[in-house]
Every structure is written in structure tokens, then in C-alpha cells.
Design a binder for this molecule. Structure first.
Ligand code: NAG
Ligand code: NAG
Ligand code: NAG
Ligand code: NAG
Ligand code: NAG
Ligand code: NAG
Length: 638
């Protein structure tokens, strides 16, 4: 069999000790969830700024509460400091003050080494910066190795006119691929013309060629693998980061829109400053680029350290949420729709899902969420009856007694692999009054309770089993999203805010890691459709405790079986679709497997990869495929 051959070639085939036969019904069954597999994004571990965002310079406007010069170096003995006496705007108040020595000559200026390095794939880059000070002459921007060796990967020269006011300068230039990420963006000017004077710079920016070539867009290296999942929804902008540590520190959506010089940025809850250059509009566009339903999360009066807003004091926050929704869905005749149009986007977005807060059963939020949820629900539902509103907890103690039946409940789970396997039947046994969505889940611990740094094969199989348990109940469970999505490993090293993540990367030395869990999300996303029906299976062996499956049939007639083997010994899986799936003679098979502890990491980012093959229908309509030890298998008969 082809799949066996492929698996044998990949060294994955373990001689099965027993086999399981599944007879899959092709009629009846439970309907599918609306959004089978999605993504949850918040900026943690520099997954946003310095991650998927296409802007490559770090601390480019000294936002947040801990502005520092650690990414900067002086050139030609200039003295660098952070200044707040000469604001660019009321939002961007800090700038880089460059004092030029009295005896300066030649090149003077500064460099920025990005977010722990700058990777330079070949292409046309754009750069801009704001400048003020007494200078007329050339400024050169170049991309060079941090340890200067005379190599230049690209440069551009801009003519500066004398001006006492802040002026924006921008240029596009071609860049040659650099062999590694140990590079800097350097800006220099003529020391002899500026000796003894002071120049100011802020909002220094460098964009690589972005995903789909969009302005203020995404980094292809991370956006492409996310698009390749082919998921259904994108939840944003958090997560804990939406809440802020305090009410005052919350994420304010209307400070993340419009020109970058009007976005103040903020200290996030994960130890660093957000620039908010990925703001409300950019998130909506991101969802659109990847054909994902946007799921916008609104601040609902709970901060992470336990502050709450209640009673009539909630009114301005409710107004703010309505404004945020209008910014997305309003046409140009509405106040916020017109503002969006002025930001370059005339056509409203089709926003169908809004989540009210985040994890309101935690952080002292449970008791007050009964009221907070109801107030936000009433106001938003009245204004936008077609938007599905999602409660941020499934804990009924934190929700109104007469919970509206059309509200979805967001249930999160971070746990050990064994616990996810044991939770296979969790969704069989929950109250069936309201629909569920699993907007965050991940096996973040090993079974011994220690924190995992990367998803392993064991954790990925456990997550697959949990997803199968949800999909079996997908008349109820509308979808799932692994969280968090993206981590910069240098930020993980420094802040240790969270591990593991679906994707991770480092600039220097350059590496991008698609985790074992990433491939499970991708396999499930590509084999799950909202038009599927989850159907009965008659098996000649037990469902669990190590071998699990779920079967579905699409409206187009495809039969799908997902299987997982949570054991160190292989199994042969035989599958037959009742009455045959019309016209079917072959099935596509994708298998992900490896040792229990196998993982894709910085040492070996390619350790585990799915193997694809085709199996022919055998005698009496049986498809046969090997499920190796510690594996996830998807079979699609077509
Ligand atoms: C920087 O200052 C040092 C010590 O004052 C001097 O030796 C050196 O030549 C200066 N470098 C430049 C580029 O001006
Ligand atoms: C502030 O920045 C410095 C780097 O200059 C870093 O070492 C420190 O951890 C940061 N503190 C916080 C609270 O982020
Ligand atoms: C942003 O929202 C706040 C709170 O709703 C409001 O006070 C402020 O005026 C808004 N900003 C803009 C620019 O509309
Ligand atoms: C809150 O809900 C999450 C699931 O969304 C659960 O993991 C957690 O245990 C709950 N916490 C409390 C205090 O109920
Ligand atoms: C816990 O389990 C992991 C994965 O099996 C292993 O790497 C780690 O060493 C174990 N830690 C302890 C303290 O036993
Ligand atoms: C459909 O959902 C019910 C729970 O309502 C569950 O018991 C049953 O196993 C599901 N059927 C299939 C075919 O997955």
C-alpha cells in the first residue's frame, strides 16, 4: 500500500499489533460547527510587534512605560538619549535625541538592531522616519551587518530640507538577501555640517515586502504558514492583553486606528510595549486576506489584576464597544464608518462574531460578569441583531440566569496531554442550552506537570483527541482555536511570559518553527467543513483509551475519518463507508507521527512533518491505513 510505503520510507512504520475496523454511516449524524478550526491572536512574546507585523525596527517610537535604548547604537560618537520635550504628536511624545560632537566629521548617526536581529529576505523594502532639527543635506539609510564588515545589503539616500518642524521622510529601496539576521538599520548624516548640534528622530520604520504586498502589512514568513492552515476564523486582539493589567491600562481600540503617528501604543500585559501598528483595521484586514471570519473581542469592564467596572459606570464602555463595532460594519454614512473610510477602507467588513470580554470567570470577574455580560449583550444585540455574541466563559455561575439562547459560550482549556485525552467525552456531558466555542486551548504542560517549551508529538496527539471529542459534538461546539499563535524565541528567553506556541521563530540565528500542534491544526482545518455531518461509526474495538476516531461526511460526498493513536505501538485502521461514498475509489491520507517526545524546535525545526499518500479502495470497499505509534491520521475518501 502506498501509505505504508511512504511511512516506511519516512521510518515511521511500526508493525501494528492489532487492527481496528470502522464502518462509517453515511446518513444522519450531527451537523458541523460553523467555524471548525480557527486562530486566536494576541500580541504575546512579540508575536505581533516584531513578529507577524511587517515593521522590523524595535522600540521605534519609545512607547510603553519602559522606553529604552537597548536596541540602538551610536555611530560617529553621537550621544543618544530618549527625549520627551519635543513631541511629534500628542500620541508619539518620545523621540531619539542625537547630540553630535563638536569635533564631528564624516558619518554620524545611529543604528537599530530590530527585534533581536533583522532578517533580510531579498526584495524592495520601504523605510520612513520623522526628523526635526537644524540640518540640510543628505541622510543615508542602510542595512548592514551589526559587526561592520563593509557589506551593505541595501541603502538609500534622502535629501533633507532645513525645517524646524517635524518632517516625515520615506523611501523604497532594493535589498539583497542577508545570510543571517545579525543586521542593523543604520541612519547617518554629515557630521561636519551638524557638529555641535542636536537632531531628533522618531517612528523610525523599516518594512520588508509584506504578505500580499499591503501597506503596514504582515511578514510573509509568518503570515503564509497561518494562511496555509486554511482555518475559518481569527479572534483578536486578545486575550489577556485586551484586558490590560488595570482598567486604565486596557487596550483602547480607538487608539489603534488611523495614521501611526496618532497611535500612542501601550504597555501590554506581557512585559513589553505594543506599538498598536496592528490595530483594529489591520486585524480586520488580516482576517480578510486569509479568508477568515473576524471575531472581534471587546473590552467588557474587567482588568487582569481584578479591577472591574459595574453599574451605570459601564455605559461609556458599552458606547465604546458599539463604536468599535460600527468602525467595522458601519457604512460611510455612520460616524465610525466614515472614520474607517477616511483610513482608506470604504467597504464595511462582514463582522459576524463579537466576544464580550475575556475569561471573565477569572481575575475577580465572575460575580460582576452576570451584569456586565447582560448589559453589553442587550446593547449590542439591539443594534446588531445578526451578530453572534460570545460570552467569555462557559461557567453558568458567572452568567445571567436567563442567558439568551443565541449567545455562544467560550470555554478555554490549558492542560496536560493526559487530561486532554481524558476530556474526549467532556463535551458529551455539558449543558446543551447554548453553543460553545473553544477559543483557546493547548497542552502546555507535560504529564508530569512541568511546563512544555514546545508542543511534542504526545501533546499534539492529545490535542487532536480533544478536538475529535468536540467535533463529535459539533452540533454544540462551533469550533476550536489553539492559543497562542506566535512567539519570538528571544522574547520567550527574556520574559518567559508563555510557552509553548503554535509557531515560533528567531531572527538571529534565523529559524521558523512550525510545531507538531501546528500540523494537527492544519490537518483538522483542511478536513473539516461547516457543511459536514458527523456520523455514527460501528467499530470492532473500543473508542479509547488510546485509539480514537471521528467520522464525517461532507455535502459534496466526501467521507472523512480522523484518527489518533495515543500509544507507543502502531495499529492498522480499516475504514469502510456504508454503501460506499459515491464514485470513490481512493482516499487521501495524511499522517503525522513521531516519538512521544518528538518535537520541532530550534535544534531540529523539521523533526516532525506530516506524510501524505493515497490509498486505493480494497476488497469490499475497505480502505486500510497504518496508524503508527503516537500519530494523528486524516483519511479523506473522494
Ligand atoms: C570617537 O571618540 C573617540 C575618543 O574621543 C575618538 O578616538 C574617535 O576618533 C571618535 N570617533 C569618531 C568616528 O569620531
Ligand atoms: C525594561 O527594559 C529593560 C531593557 O532595557 C529590561 O531589561 C527590563 O526587563 C524591562 N522591564 C520591564 C518591566 O519590561
Ligand atoms: C475614543 O474612545 C473614548 C472612549 O469612548 C472617547 O472618550 C474618545 O473621544 C475616543 N477617541 C476618539 C478619537 O474618538
Ligand atoms: C474559568 O474557565 C476556564 C475555562 O474557560 C477554566 O479553565 C478555569 O478553570 C475557570 N476558572 C474558574 C475559577 O472557574
Ligand atoms: C517531565 O516530563 C518531560 C517530558 O516527558 C521531561 O522532559 C522532563 O524532564 C520531566 N521533568 C521532570 C521534573 O520529571
Ligand atoms: C451527536 O451528539 C450526541 C450528543 O448530543 C452524541 O451523543 C452523539 O454521539 C453524536 N453523534 C455522532 C455521530 O457523533
Amino acid at each position: 500500500m502506498l501509505s505504508s510505503l511512504l511511512l516506511a520510507a519516512a521510518g515511521l512504520l511500526v508493525k501494528p499489533t492489532y487492527s481496528i475496523s470502522l464502518e462509517v454511516s453515511t446518513s444522519g449524524g450531527n451537523s458541523s460547527g460553523a467555524l471548525p478550526v480557527g486562530m486566536m491572536f494576541e500580541d504575546v512574546n512579540h508575536g505581533g510587534d516584531g513578529g507577524i507585523h511587517g515593521q522590523l525596527l524595535g522600540d521605534n517610537a519609545f512607547q510603553g512605560t519602559n522606553a529604552s535604548l537597548f536596541r540602538y547604537a551610536s555611530i560617529g560618537n553621537a550621544t543618544l538619549s530618549i527625549d520627551d520635550t519635543n513631541p511629534l504628536t500628542s500620541a508619539i511624545v518620545r523621540s531619539l535625541k542625537v547630540d553630535v560632537p563638536e569635533d564631528a566629521s564624516g558619518e554620524v548617526g545611529f543604528s537599530n538592531d530590530g527585534f533581536w536581529g533583522i532578517k533580510l529576505p531579498q526584495g524592495t523594502y520601504s523605510t520612513f522616519f520623522w526628523m526635526s532639527g537644524d540640518y540640510e543635506g543628505d541622510v543615508t539609510v542602510k542595512l548592514v551587518p551589526k559587526t561592520g564588515s563593509g557589506t551593505e545589503f541595501g541603502s538609500t539616500t534622502l535629501a533633507i530640507k532645513k525645517s524646524s518642524k517635524w518632517t516625515k521622510y520615506e523611501a523604497k529601496f532594493d535589498v539583497k538577501a542577508a545570510p543571517n539576521g545579525n543586521n542593523v538599520w543604520a541612519l547617518t548624516f554629515d557630521g561636519s555640517k551638524t557638529a555641535g548640534s542636536t537632531l531628533y528622530f522618531t517612528l523610525m520604520s523599516l518594512y520588508l515586502p509584506t504578505y500580499l504586498d499591503k501597506e503596514n502589512g504582515l511578514k510573509p514568513e509568518l503570515a503564509q504558514p497561518l494562511a496555509d492552515i486554511k482555518g475559518r476564523f481569527l479572534r483578536f486582539p486578545g486575550g489577556n492583553n485586551l484586558e490590560g493589567d488595570t482598567i486604565d491600562g486596557r487596550l483602547r481600540w480607538n487608539q489603534t486606528i488611523g495614521p501611526l503617528e496618532d497611535r500612542p501604543g501601550r504597555q501590554d500585559v506581557w512585559s513589553y510595549a505594543n506599538t498598536d501598528a496592528i490595530g483594529t483595521l489591520e486585524y480586520l484586514e488580516w482576517a480578510e486576506y486569509m479568508n477568515l471570519e473576524p471575531m472581534m473581542d471587546i473590552f467588557a469592564g474587567l482588568a487582569l489584576k481584578g479591577e472591574t467596572v459595574t453599574g451605570d459606570a459601564l455605559e461609556p464602555y458599552i458606547e465604546d464597544a458599539l463604536a468599535q463595532i460600527e468602525y467595522a460594519v458601519g457604512d460611510s454614512s455612520t460616524h465610525w464608518g466614515a472614520i474607517r473610510a477616511s483610513h482608506g477602507r470604504t467597504e464595511p467588513f462582514a463582522l459576524k462574531y463579537v466576544e464580550i470580554g475575556n475569561e471573565d470567570n477569572l481575575s475577580n470577574g465572575c460575580a460582576s460578569y452576570v451584569e456586565r455580560f447582560q448589559r453589553f449583550y442587550d446593547a449590542i444585540h439591539a443594534a446588531h441583531p445578526s451578530i453572534t455574541l460570545i460570552a467569555s466563559t462557559a461557567d453558568l455561575n458567572c452568567l445571567p440566569k436567563d442567558l439568551p439562547g443565541d449567545a455562544w459560550l467560550d470555554y478555554h482549556r490549558y492542560d496536560r496531554p493526559d487530561a486532554f485525552v481524558e476530556a474526549f467525552s467532556f463535551f458529551d456531558n455539558i449543558p446543551r442550552t447554548n453553543k460553545y466555542i473553544i477559543n483557546e486551548f493547548a497542552a502546555i504542560y507535560h504529564n508530569n506537570g512541568t511546563r512544555a517549551t514546545y508542543p511534542t508529538m504526545r501533546s499534539a496527539v492529545a490535542e487532536a483527541i480533544y478536538m475529535m471529542g468536540a467535533q463529535r459534538n459539533s452540533d454544540l461546539v462551533q469550533g476550536l482555536a489553539y492559543a497562542p499563535l506566535i512567539a519570538h524565541l528571544a522574547a520567550v528567553d527574556l520574559y518567559n511570559a508563555w510557552t509553548p506556541s503554535l509557531l515560533s521563530f528567531r531572527n538571529d540565528p534565523p529559524v521558523t518553527i512550525l510545531s507538531t500542534s501546528y500540523f494537527v491544526q492544519q490537518m483538522f482545518a483542511q478536513a473539516s467543513d461547516p457543511t459536514d455531518r458527523y456520523v455514527d461509526v460501528v467499530a470492532d474495538g473500543p473508542l479509547g483509551p488510546t485509539v480514537f476516531w471521528v467520522a464525517s461526511v461532507s455535502s459534496g460526498g466526501q467521507g472523512v475519518v480522523k484518527g489518533a493513536n495515543y500509544a507507543g505501538v502502531g495499529t492498522a485502521l480499516r475504514v469502510r463507508f456504508a454503501g460506499g461514498v459515491e464514485g470513490t475509489k481512493r482516499a487521501r491520507v495524511v499522517v503525522l507521527s513521531g516519538d512521544a517526545e518528538a518535537r520541532n524546535d530550534e535544534v531540529d525545526p523539521g523533526a516532525v512533518r506530516p506524510v501524505e499518500g493515497v490509498v486505493e479502495e480494497g476488497a469490499e470497499g475497505w480502505f486500510e491505513v497504518e496508524m503508527p505509534a503516537w500519530s494523528v491520521v486524516v483519511l479523506v475518501a473522494e
